[in-house]
Design a protein. Sequence first.
Length: 553
Amino acid sequence: MISHRTVLLLMLFVITSASALPGGSGSPFDRYRVRHYDIAVSFDIPSKTFSGHVVMSIEPVEPLSSCVYHASSRAMVIDSVLLADRPLRFRRQGDSLEVFFPAPRSPGIRTDLVTYYHGHSIFTGQYDDGGVYVPDTARYQRLATISEPFYARRWWPCKDLPSDKAPVTIAVTVPAGLKAVSNGLLKSADTREGKTTYRWETSYPVATYLVSVAVAPYTESRSEYHAENGRSMPVVIYAYPADSQKAAADFRETDSVLHFLSRTFCEYPFLDEKFGYAEVDGDLTMENQTLCSISASIINGTGTNRMTYIHETAHHWWGDLISPKTWHDTWLNEGFATYTEALYAEYKGGPEKYRRYVNLWASVPPGSYRSPVIAKSDTVFWDCFALSVYLKGALVLHMLRGVVGDQVFFDILRSYIRDPRLRYGCATTADFIGIAEKIYGKPLRWFFDEWLSAPPDSSDRPLYQFSWKDEPGRTGRRVAVSLRQKGAANHPYRMPVEIGMYTHGAAAYRTFIDSLANQEVRFDTPSAPDSVVFDPHGWIFKSVATDSGGAMR
C-alpha cells in the first residue's frame, strides 16, 4: 500500500509473510452493484473513536433476499441497519455483514441501505495495515485514514472490493479549528456547537480503497492547473503549519508533472474536481483519488523525494482512473506508476537518466523477484504487494517497449488508458494484453506469460552465458555468437536479443530471437570487430556471464 512503495520495498528487499487480507470476493458480492455511497462520520480524536452512518445505494442484478457487504468486526460495532426507516435483521461473520430483506428486492430497482455504526482505531500507522490512524493525541489534533487494499471496512461499512466503484459523498465532523479534507470537491463547511462538518462530493466513481479522510489544523495553498483544452482546475496542498514552506518547495513541480502525464497518456482524468496533496502522519503515503496522502516524514523541502510524489500522482492514471478488478492485478497500478517514474526521469534528464533508473530496478540479486508479478492470491498481502509487483512489473513495461518499439509502446499505453470500456472502471491483465496485441498486430501472450506468471521452477530472469568469436566469412569476417540460458532446461525465456558489434568506433546491430537453452548464431561483417556486446541497449532484464567466468551483470 502504500507509501512510496518503490523505496520502502527496496529497503525491505524480499519479505515473505502469510498475513492474510480480510474478506475476498464471492457470489454474494456479484448479486448487486453499488451506485452511490453517502457517508457521515464524526471523529473523536483524543479517544480514537468514530461514529456515523452510511447510505449505500445498491442495484440488484438478480432477485435479492439479502445483501452481503463489509464491516470490520475488530474495529466496528453495527448499531442498526434500516430500509425506508424500517430496521432490518442482520448477522455478522468475520468482516462480512449480511442484511436480510423482508421481501426479495427486484433486479434494476435501487435500494438504499442505511447502516449506523461506531468504532475505534486499531491501526498503528504501518504501511501494511490500515484504517483510521491517530498519532500521539497528547501532542496533536490529527488523524488520517488509509484504505488500500481492504481497510475501508475498518472505518465505514461498504462493499470493499476494487471491482465495484461508485460516486461518494462524505460528511466529516471534527472539532472546530480543524480541517477535514477528502476526495472530490468541498461543497460546504458548517460550524455548530464547537464542531465543523465538511461535506465533500465526487462526481466520478471511486474504488473504496481510494476513499480517504485527513484531519489537522492545515494550512491551505492553492494554484490553478490549466488543461490543454483551456479548462482549469484547482491544485491544493494541505500541510501542517510548521511544514507549509517545506511542502511548497517539495511540490513546486506539480504543475509540470500534471502536464507531462497529460501529454504522455491523456488529460488529467478528474478535471471536474481537483488535484491535491495532504500531509499525514504514519506510513500512509497513498494515491487517494484527487487528494494524495503524503507522509510527513518525507516532506523536507529539498525535493529529494520528488519521485514519490510523481509515483502517487501517476496513480491517478494507473489505478484511480482504471482500477484493478482484483488484487491479482495490482501490477496494473504499481508497476505502471513505478515505470512512470522512469519516464519522468527520461523527460527531465534524457535517455541516460532513464537507463540509470531502469538499471537500479534490474540490479537486485537473482531471485529477488521470484514472486509472480500477477499475484497468486488476492487475499495475501505480500502476494498482492510483493517487490516483483512494483519493480519487475516496471521492468516488464520497459522490456515491452524494447520488443514493440517506442511508437507502438506509447500507442498501447494511450489506447489502454483511453479505452471507454475501462475508463472510470476496472481492468484485468487480460484486458491490457488484448489491447497490446491489437495495437502491435502480433501475438504478445508469450511475452507476458513468461514475465508476469512464470512457473515456480523458473528464475526471475534469464541467466545467460555469452561468448563470441571471429572467423573468416565468404566476403569478409563472420561473428559467431554462442548463447546459453543457464538452468533453463525446462523453461527457457523467449526474447528478441540484440547484438552490438563495434569496429574502430563504428557500431552495427543485429537482432535474433532466442528461445533455446543453447543457441549459436552467425553474422557476416565487413571486418573483424573489436568487441561484441550482448543486449547493448539494456532491453532485457537478465544476468550475464562470459565463458571465461566474467561477473554476472
